[in-house]
Design a protein around this ligand. Structure first.
Ligand SMILES: [Zn+2]
Length: 239
């Protein structure tokens, strides 16, 4: 149930999540941010971590199963989207900020969606929501046709008039398109506790995980676990 991650992060900063050695033992996820000193033997290709200073310890996440599901998804998303040894100061700060929020507050689906939007933005996959990618009609032009579509293959908005022969599309309202655009631009200190309407939650849940899955070429294990956990509690969080 607990997964192990070795995150390729800069400045020898890494978030570690330790898995239990044996299945029978209770899981002991660490959920700590540690400063690791990496060294690399010439020609060996592998980096080894030596020495470790504890920077943060997220005990609130470790003690709550639902929070663990959320945190696992954040970690797996970062792990999958970040290339080995990629410069990643911004993503590290994003992750730290979201884990700190999760550590302190009750988990809500909004934080998963906001994290997804910010991760997409950081990696250059920000959904283009401001106008139809084909006819260029903007939100103002489209205000009388509130249902638009998102092409998860291209990462762009498509209006109803252009929706035929545009490949697989996910319907959404203009309101949700605006919300996703706003979150992708917002200062990070303001995006925690961002409230979605029920409709925006449903639409972004149908859209964002699918778009990410298309970008990565696979479904994330932790997302499935998060979906299972959310169904169990009556709260949706996956896709
Ligand atoms: Zn159009």
């Amino acid at each position: 149930m607990v997964m192990r991650y070795t995150l390729p992060l800069p400045l020898c900063l890494a978030l570690a999540l330790a898995a239990p050695a044996e299945e029978k033992k209770p899981a002991e996820p660490k959920f700590t941010a540690e400063q690791l000193d990496f060294f690399e033997r010439e020609g060996a290709g592998l980096m080894r971590a030596e020495g470790c200073d504890l920077l943060h310890s997220f005990s609130g996440i470790r003690e709550d199963l639902t929070k663990l599901f959320y945190g696992n998804y954040f970690l797996e998303l970062v792990n999958e989207m970040t290339a080995e040894r990629e410069e990643g100061r911004e993503v590290y700060e994003l992750l730290l900020s979201f884990l700190s929020g999760l550590d302190e507050k009750e988990p809500e689906e909004e934080i998963v969606r906001v994290f997804e939007i910010r991760m997409l933005s950081l990696y250059g996959y920000r959904p283009h929501m401001k106008s139809c990618s084909l006819c260029k009609k903007d939100w103002d032009d489209l205000r009388n046709s509130p249902t638009v579509f998102f092409s998860f293959e291209k990462g762009v908005l498509v209006c109803e008039g252009c929706s035929k022969n545009s490949g697989p599309l996910i319907p959404l309202s203009l309101g949700t398109a605006r919300l996703i655009e706003r979150i992708s631009q917002m200062e990070i200190s303001k995006i925690h506790r961002f409230k979605f309407t029920v409709q925006a939650l449903q639409e972004s849940r149908a859209l964002l995980p699918r778009f990410i899955m298309h970008q990565l070429g696979k479904q994330l294990k932790s997302l499935k676990m998060l979906q299972g956990a959310s169904r169990g509690t009556g709260r949706e969080a996956g896709g």
